[in-house]
Design a protein around this ligand. Structure first.
Ligand code: KDG
Length: 349
């Protein structure tokens, strides 16, 4: 009920803002306005992300822009922004809800603050591989979660990839469960991540991605956790000494579009942006996998100590986070959680 009310209020806010001219591109009426097809005027898509211009997430956004501009003959123009130029994940998602930005591509973790069911995609050790994640996310189960975004004035067009997350810190090598003890680790703004790292013995602190490098540089946190591509391309080796191959969460990105903007597009343009998000996502996943595999060597070359986690120690970590998983599984609901687990099992057959 609360979510429905929120979605209604946000939708109304977009209309109010549009009526006062406070939000670009949002329709001034409550009926989707077919601006592009009717007038042939150029419509602009402002697409912002948190990672920098070297990251596969931005390369994917550039590919999305190329496809859309080509297939609409320039009727849709995409402006791409990186490194949090338009804000952090939460503020960019709120901008999409209000129609003052059109696209962002956050991890599922911050999305869970808008649609709590997305928490399941941050269950530690949920996906065993990239391939299984692709099959589940790109199938019926993944679409079921994307459909839940509509109530938040957001349209989920495709899953992209952040990847398997590893822990870095400036205090000690993490090889055993006990090595987490007392480490102050930045986590994404997501309650499950906080509970999971508490269960591992760490002292987690939630923080927007845009503040992370400075926090490590100033010693506000001992460490953080992200995929290798982010650790290398954001230069974390400059402020971190250790990286451990924990692979504790497979983190999807979700390509989000503002629902007020999406509804303002012609049916033809809606299909074009949907197809472009999917095609650019396949391209981004490939680049991301190469980067996450390759950059662990670069991290070592930059002086970081790279630590592997033995199967036995990973089993102990899996055991330690079970209470956190059970707590959120109960909140999400047994049926939906079982659907995801069954889809994962089926994808492994
Ligand atoms: O915009 C990019 C962020 O959504 C992504 O990097 C989030 O992995 C993330 C983190 O650690 O905040």
């Amino acid at each position: 009920m609360k979510k429905k009310l929120t979605g209604f209020l946000v939708g109304s806010m977009a209309l109010v803002l549009a009526a006062c001219g406070g939000a670009d591109d949002a329709p001034a009426t409550d009926e989707p306005v077919d601006e592009g097809a009717a007038t042939g005027e150029v419509q602009t898509i402002r697409a912002g992300i948190g990672l920098n211009s070297e990251h596969p997430q931005y390369k994917g956004l550039e590919r999305f822009a190329e496809i859309v501009e080509e297939n609409t003959n320039g009727e849709l123009v995409v402006e791409t922004y990186h490194s949090g130029q338009l804000g952090d994940d939460r503020s960019m998602m709120e901008a999409l809800q209000l129609g003052s930005q059109e696209v962002t591509v956050p991890s599922t973790a911050p999305i869970a603050n808008f649609v709590s069911e997305f928490t399941i995609f941050d269950f530690p050790f949920l996906f065993p591989s990239n391939e299984v994640a692709d099959e589940v996310l790109d199938g019926e189960v993944g679409q079921q979660f994307l459909d839940m975004l509509d109530d938040q004035n957001l349209v989920g067009l495709a899953y992209w990839e952040n990847g398997f997350r590893n822990v870095t810190n400036s205090t000690r090598a993490i090889e055993t469960l006990e090595d987490f003890d007392g480490l102050t680790l930045r986590t994404m703004e997501n309650d499950l991540h906080l509970d999971a790292f508490r269960a591992l013995g760490a002292n987690p602190t939630p923080m927007a991605f845009t503040e992370l490098f400075t926090a490590m540089q100033q010693g506000t946190v001992d460490g953080q956790e992200n995929p290798n591509a982010t650790i290398y391309l954001e230069g974390y080796y400059e402020v971190q000494d250790y990286v451990s191959d924990t692979r504790h969460v497979y983190s999807p990105f979700v390509f989000l579009m503002s629902k007020p903007f999406f509804d303002s597009l012609s049916e033809e343009h809606q299909q074009i942006v949907r197809d472009a998000a999917i095609e650019a996502g396949q391209f981004q996943r490939e680049l991301n996998r190469e980067a996450n595999a390759e950059y662990v060597n670069n991290l070592e070359e930059e002086g970081m100590t790279v630590t592997q986690i033995s199967d036995e120690e990973r089993e102990r970590m899996v055991e330690a986070v079970q209470p956190a998983i059970e707590k959120y599984a109960e909140r999400i609901g047994e049926d939906l959680v079982n659907e995801v687990y069954e889809a994962i099992e089926a994808a492994q057959e």
